[in-house]
Design a protein around this ligand. Structure first.
Ligand code: IPE
Ligand code: IPE
Ligand code: MG
Length: 231
């Protein structure tokens, strides 16, 4: 296989349906989904991916029933405890995207701690998109740019895509994978996906593991990326 994509991002969808098909509460699907996170992170690290961004919770997901949101937050806290050793032992740097100020303290505390403790690791960046929305991210960047204009630090005629790129400060994504058969972005990495390759897997997230990741990577290797140019 050729060199792996530098930045892979995954829309981990279908946990609820996985559970419902088994007559289980949706949260059991989320619990099983955490196991896929483990496997896929390990595989991505072994393959040599530079950055893996996982869409774990969208800004819009706050609108789900309170019990489901609470269960997801508890799973997140458990994940941060259970995966701590794996992350540190594998030289992984944990980062986040999104409005993490909205997370409850029992998540925010361990999250900030693991981010700080892993900040010197340089094996792979594992970025969790939490309380994340692409439109919200772009809007926040526009607000910061407007402040610079208002303070006289930036001329409006100097605003170009590079200014937005530098303000958002998240590198472009090479490959976006979405499970569960849905073929949409659902407010994920809207700016960064301009030239991303999209890969849709029919299986549900709890069914996605190392083999499925390798299949997505092999599909990616067969794509011809042109970035608007001629081949
Ligand atoms: C993805 O699975 C996990 C989150 C959005 C937190 P879903 O919960 O969206 O599962 P489906 O799409 O309802 O099956
Ligand atoms: C996207 O999945 C968000 C995450 C995977 C965290 P959703 O299930 O929330 O998206 P829609 O509602 O199907 O568009
Ligand atoms: Mg879904």
């Amino acid at each position: 296989m050729g060199s792996p994509p530098r930045h892979i991002a995954i829309i981990m969808d279908g946990n609820g349906r996985w559970a419902e098909r088994r007559g289980l509460p949706r949260i059991e699907g989320h619990r099983q989904g955490a196991e896929s996170v483990r496997q896929v992170t390990r595989a991505a690290r072994a393959i040599g991916v530079g950055r893996l961004t996982l869409y774990a919770f969208s800004e819009q997901n706050w609108g789900r029933p309170l019990a489901e949101v609470a269960a997801l937050m508890q799973l997140l806290r458990d994940y941060l405890t259970d995966e701590r050793a794996e992350i540190m032992d594998n030289n992984i740097r944990l980062t986040t995207l999104g409005n993490t100020e909205r997370l409850p303290e029992y998540v925010k505390g361990p999250l900030d701690k693991l981010m700080t403790d892993s900040s010197e690791n340089d094996g792979m960046e594992l970025c969790l998109a939490l309380s994340y929305g692409g439109r919200e991210e772009i809007t926040a960047a526009v607000q910061r740019i407007a402040e610079r204009v208002a303070s006289g630090d930036l001329d409006p005629s100097a605003i170009n895509p590079s200014v937005l790129q530098d303000t958002i400060a998240v590198e472009d994504v090479d490959l976006i994978i979405r499970t569960s058969g849905e073929q949409r972005l659902s407010n994920f990495l809207l700016w960064q996906s301009a030239y991303a390759e999209l890969y849709f897997a029919d299986c549900l997230w709890p069914e996605f593991g190392k083999a499925e990741l390798l299949e997505a990577l092999s599909a990616f290797q067969r794509r011809a990326r042109r970035f608007g140019l001629v081949a």
